[in-house]
Write a protein that binds this ligand. Structure first.
Ligand code: CAA
Length: 257
């Protein structure tokens, strides 16, 4: 499948999408977001893929939603377009999704990173929600996910006053998993994705679902949900295989059912 705004490929069991509008710092227009959702949805449904990886380039992961495309929008055109739903669709994917980020991750680009499950950042990564400078606020999850990630005080400073976080700060405040050299950030993220991709597929989906339930449910409902998912996994062949492999001191061979 060939796309206009993204590049896709696979490495073993990892499905990779590279955002590919380098001249516009990977600004997220409707065409790019639609292609991104299409490609990730296809990887999500592909049994040969265990984990997905999104990246940009060294200078920019994505500098936000495409301001030139949005400039003449009205509330009615924004409502009618499914633009902001693309971020929601990415947040709803079942398989693990990792972001490999270098350079700018701003506005909708930062929101895209936060819709992923893990973030590997290069030392040059910069995270920000600078929408206030355009007379708007984040619209694809930034006020919610940033606040959940870094806490109210810092989220207020970032969203009300356009403060960026360096990669080091992002790690310190729990927004990213690790900070690595610019030269190796993609390979480092790919190694992480490749490791995750080899794990039991159904358990991976359920683990992701259970963790995300933290952000949606009160504690007791989340604990009950976790317990149901835990119990369901005892109906999979992979649970029998994983425990048999442990007992017999051999490597498990996952079937994904
Ligand atoms: N939309 C459209 N085009 C963008 C863009 C964006 N978000 N960000 C950068 N570009 C374009 C620039 O217009 C420029 O194009 P031209 O060469 O045709 O002029 C090109 O990318 C390179 O950008 P700069 O010349 O500005 O590069 P710089 O190094 O001087 O600055 C930057 C880099 C600080 C990231 C700056 O480009 C910038 O501030 N970009 C906008 C960041 C922003 O406000 N993002 C939020 C968007 S709104 C949003 O995302 C809403 C939401 O929640 C969904």
């Amino acid at each position: 499948m060939s796309y206009e705004f993204i590049l896709t490929r696979t490495e073993g069991r990892v499905g990779i999408v590279q955002l590919n509008r380098p001249k516009a710092l990977n600004a997220l227009n409707k065409g790019l977001m639609s292609e991104l959702v299409e490609a990730l949805t296809a990887f999500d449904a592909d049994n040969e893929i265990g984990c997905m990886l999104i990246t940009g380039n060294e200078r920019a992961f994505a500098a936000g939603a495409d301001i030139k495309e949005m400039a003449t929008a009205t509330p009615v055109t924004m409502l009618a377009s499914s633009f902001l739903n693309y971020w929601a669709q990415i947040g709803q994917l079942g398989k693990p999704l990792i972001a490999a980020i270098s350079g700018f991750a701003l506005g909708g680009g930062c929101e895209l990173a936060m819709a992923c499950d893990m973030i590997v950042a290069s030392e040059s990564a910069k995270f920000g929600q600078p929408e206030i400078n355009l007379g708007i606020i984040p619209g694809a999850g930034g006020t919610q996910r940033m606040t959940l990630a870094v806490g109210k005080a810092l989220a207020m400073e970032m969203i009300l006053n356009g403060r960026y976080l360096s990669a080091e700060e992002a790690a310190q405040f729990g927004l990213v998993n690790r900070v690595v050299p610019v030269e190796t950030y993609f390979e480092d993220a790919l190694s992480l994705a490749a490791e995750v991709a080899e794990r039991a597929p159904v358990a991976l989906r359920m683990a992701k679902e259970a963790i995300n339930a933290v952000f949606e449910m009160p504690l007791q409902a989340g604990l009950n949900h976790e317990r149901r998912l835990f119990n369901i996994l005892f109906s999979t062949e992979d649970q029998k295989e994983g425990m048999d492999a442990f007992i017999n001191k051999r490597k498990a061979s996952w079937k994904g059912h």
